[in-house]
Design a protein around this ligand. Structure first.
Ligand code: NDP
Length: 246
């Protein structure tokens, strides 16, 4: 389809996993897509080339989400190169699971920097130039609402934070005609959470559907929220979790 032709999207953490699927889906709908990565330069450049070879426009930018200034600079570079950002997707995220008494305060700060602070920095850089119909979409997690098992204190905290931030920003940006939403995936088969990993059988047992989600399934929901049809949805945290702990 070509529902997003003429739009520019910016996706954080687009080199692998859910972010890569989002980049591909938005590009397939006609959007020009800039995306960031932290380390996977080769994969990122390859993805951008693949999209360009298919007739799309893409730009890979190294910007570690731990550094809010780097995120803001990446947004400015993307806007200069591809045009003002219409769709911001905050996808880059960090998972760190351990008993509460084994986290260092540096690990606490890193979780906050990547999963919360960078989201806010990206919104501050992108939203002022956004116009009626533009979109902000964050990838939160089912773990905002259900930790499910021990070790999730900081990750659950970070994903609950972006759910709350989404509601606040939805109010702030409503007058501008910009919607702000949060997708809460359950287990999705990526490097972060492999469907054949050690935890997989247990996680599958928690879900009504009994299987992992795919990155493409999450990207499909992003595409819907980015579309004009989703104009009445804002401030929402939307579950796509296979019936996790229902
Ligand atoms: P992956 O670890 O498979 O991929 C992460 C992507 O984000 C990579 O492109 C990576 O870049 C990038 N990234 C990671 N850290 C940074 C950083 N500091 N700065 C910039 N980019 C970074 O993760 P998923 O695709 O599984 O997860 C994507 C999002 O979905 C995250 O927010 C995660 O919390 C959330 N989520 C995932 C679930 C799952 O089961 N997989 C379930 C629920 C939510 P690089 O290649 O350079 O490392």
């Amino acid at each position: 389809t070509s529902g997003l032709t003429g739009k520019t999207a910016f996706v954080t953490g687009g080199s692998r996993g859910i972010g890569e699927a989002i980049v591909k889906r938005l590009a397939s709908e006609g959007a020009a897509v800039a995306f960031t990565y932290a380390n996977s330069a080769v994969k990122a450049e390859q993805l951008a080339k693949e999209i360009e070879a298919g007739g799309g426009r893409a730009l890979a930018i190294r910007a570690d989400a731990q550094d809010a200034d780097a995120v803001k600079k990446a947004l400015n570079e993307a806007a200069r190169t591809l045009g003002a950002i219409n769709i911001l997707v905050n996808n880059a995220g960090l998972l760190n699971v351990k008993p509460y008494d084994q986290f260092t305060m540096d690990e606490f700060d890193r979780m906050v920097a990547v999963n919360i602070r960078a989201v806010f920095a990206a919104v501050q850089a992108a939203a002022p130039s956004m116009v009626e119909g533009d979109r902000i979409i964050t990838i939160g997690s089912v773990n905002a609402d259900a930790s499910g098992f021990p070790g999730m204190s900081l990750y659950s905290m970070s994903k609950a934070a972006v759910a709350g931030m989404t509601r606040g920003l939805a109010r702030d940006l409503a007058a501008q005609g910009v919607t702000v939403n949060n997708i809460q995936p359950g287990p999705v088969d990526t490097d972060m959470n492999p469907a054949e990993g050690a935890n997989a059988p247990f996680l599958k047992s928690l879900m009504a559907l009994g299987r992992y989600g795919t990155s493409a399934e999450i990207a499909g929901l992003v595409a819907y929220l980015a579309s004009p049809e989703a104009a009445y949805i804002t401030g929402a945290s939307i579950d796509a979790n296979g019936g996790f702990m229902i």
